[in-house]
Design a protein around this ligand. Sequence first.
Ligand code: PAF
Length: 278
Amino acid sequence: MTLQIIPEISSLRARLAGENSIALVPTMGNLHAGHIHLVELARQRAGCVVTSIFVNPLQFGANEDLDNYPRTLAEDCAKLQAAGADIVFTPSVQEMYPTAQTMRITPPPIANELCGAARPGHFDGVATVVMKLFNIVQPHIAVFGKKDFQQLFIIRELVRQFNLPIDIIAGETQREHNGLALSSRNGYLNEGQKLEAQRLYRTLKLIVDNVQQGNRDYPAIEAQSSQYLTQLGWIVDYISIRSSTTLLPASLDDHNLVVLAAARQGNTRLIDNIEFSV
Ligand code: PAF
């Protein structure tokens, strides 16, 4: 099958009419093995696999990398074709937002913590575009990566609170051999930064070991780890041990946990997380 590239909503709707098992993999392009893993999960579960590529202005802050965000459509299409996707939906900004998007999804308060604290409005933009993509494609399932753990959490809430008939499937974070989580933003790192970047995952693993060995002083662990990375030149946004079911700060009664971090190497903001239990 040849991958179909469809930029218009009306053509996409016409093409999808009559499909009875549609999977959507929403992306912003610059696809790497992490995205392809999501496409493969979609391929296993649905008759028609749609990937969207749209760099969504609504989710970028004023000083963020919207203009520089890597756009690599030809390479992306080659990868999607090889992974067996049927359709790539590539709308323009004008197609998605022909008039100002004054109606927005307001995500739950947790969207103002963690990544949302440093990126005000980010998850409003994500939730709004994902709602639009869901309405345009009307998928039966949609696949998101666990690297964006908070995003996945908010999208699950979107689906639950608005009763959307969509199964959300989560794909495991894909990593380089040294543990660095694959991300389109890794491409911004120079050689030295890339070498250092692997420390983020190693630090999260040390935290998991520490907690599993019985240390329950979560604020102290967070502060020490943050200080450690700061001494090595990182600019740490947060390191936080949370309940993986509520995403609230972990209490001693929580057994399903996630440790999440966001930290910068130079101007490049990296995020990662590990789920674990105690
Ligand atoms: O994770 C992403 O790439 C984006 O936030 C998403 C879900 C495609 C919405 O623009």
